[in-house]
Design a protein around this ligand. Structure first.
Ligand SMILES: [Zn+2]
Length: 197
C-alpha cells in the first residue's frame, strides 16, 4: 500500500474497520469519514484488493460505472446496518436481528466479490467489474460471518473513553483493550508513563 494510510486500520475485521468510518457515532462530535465518492474510493483502495480508481480504456480515462451520490448513500446505509447487526448480536438480548439491517447486509453480500487473476509472470492481481460494490460485498460477508459465529463474543469497545470504537480481540487470552496499539494503545501507554514520572 503506497503512501500514508488515510483511514484507521487494525480493528481486526474488515467490517469493523468499515464501521468505524463514522467516528463518535451517536455523540455530538460525530465525524463522517466517508462523505463522498472520493472518500469511499480511497477507502476501497486502502482496504480492498481492487482499486476504485479511474481506468484507462482506449486511451481515455473512464470511471467505473458508479453513480457517486447513490453509491455513497448505499455505502453509509450498509455501514449503519452492519453496526446495528453487530451491536444487536453482542447484546445477547435474544432478540432477532433487525429485519431491515439483515436484509441490507444479505443483499450486499450476494453481490460478486473481487476475483483473483494470475498473470503470465506468475503475479496475482484482483479484478472486479464494480470495485466499490465488490469490496462492500466483502465487508457484508465479513459482517455476516462475525455475527453468525462465536467470533461475535470477541468484539469489544476500545477502552479509551474518547474512542469506544469496535474492534475484534484476536489475542489468545482475549485481553486486548484498544482498537489500535499505535493510536489509542500508545496514548494510554504514554499517559501511564507520564503518571509514573
Ligand atoms: Zn480506540
Amino acid at each position: 500500500m503506497p503512501g500514508i494510510p488515510r483511514f484507521r486500520h487494525g480493528a481486526g475485521r474488515l467490517c469493523l474497520d468499515f464501521v468505524r468510518t463514522l467516528r463518535h457515532r451517536g455523540r455530538p462530535e460525530v465525524e463522517e469519514e466517508l462523505p463522498d465518492i472520493g472518500a469511499l474510493s480511497a477507502w476501497v483502495r486502502e482496504f480492498g484488493p481492487v482499486h476504485a480508481d479511474p481506468v484507462m480504456a482506449d486511451g481515455e480515462v473512464q470511471f467505473p460505472a458508479v453513480d457517486g451520490g447513490a453509491a455513497i448513500v448505499d455505502a453509509q446505509k450498509l455501514r449503519e446496518a452492519a453496526y446495528h447487526l453487530i451491536e444487536g448480536s453482542r447484546g445477547q438480548t435474544g432478540a432477532p436481528p433487525c429485519p431491515k439491517a439483515r436484509e441490507l447486509i444479505n443483499l450486499a453480500a450476494a453481490r460478486p466479490v473481487p476475483a483473483p487473476q494470475l498473470d503470465a509472470a506468475g503475479g496475482l492481481s484482483w479484478w472486479a467489474d464494480e470495485p466499490v460494490a465488490a469490496t462492500l460485498s466483502l465487508v457484508a460477508r465479513d459482517a455476516l460471518d462475525l455475527v453468525g459465529t462465536d467470533a461475535i463474543h470477541r468484539v469489544r469497545n476500545c477502552a479509551d473513553p474518547t474512542c469506544r470504537a469496535l474492534f475484534y480481540d484476536g489475542s489468545r487470552p482475549g485481553s486486548r483493550r484498544w482498537c489500535s496499539m499505535d493510536a489509542c494503545g500508545n496514548r494510554a501507554k504514554k499517559a501511564t508513563l507520564r503518571a509514573r514520572s
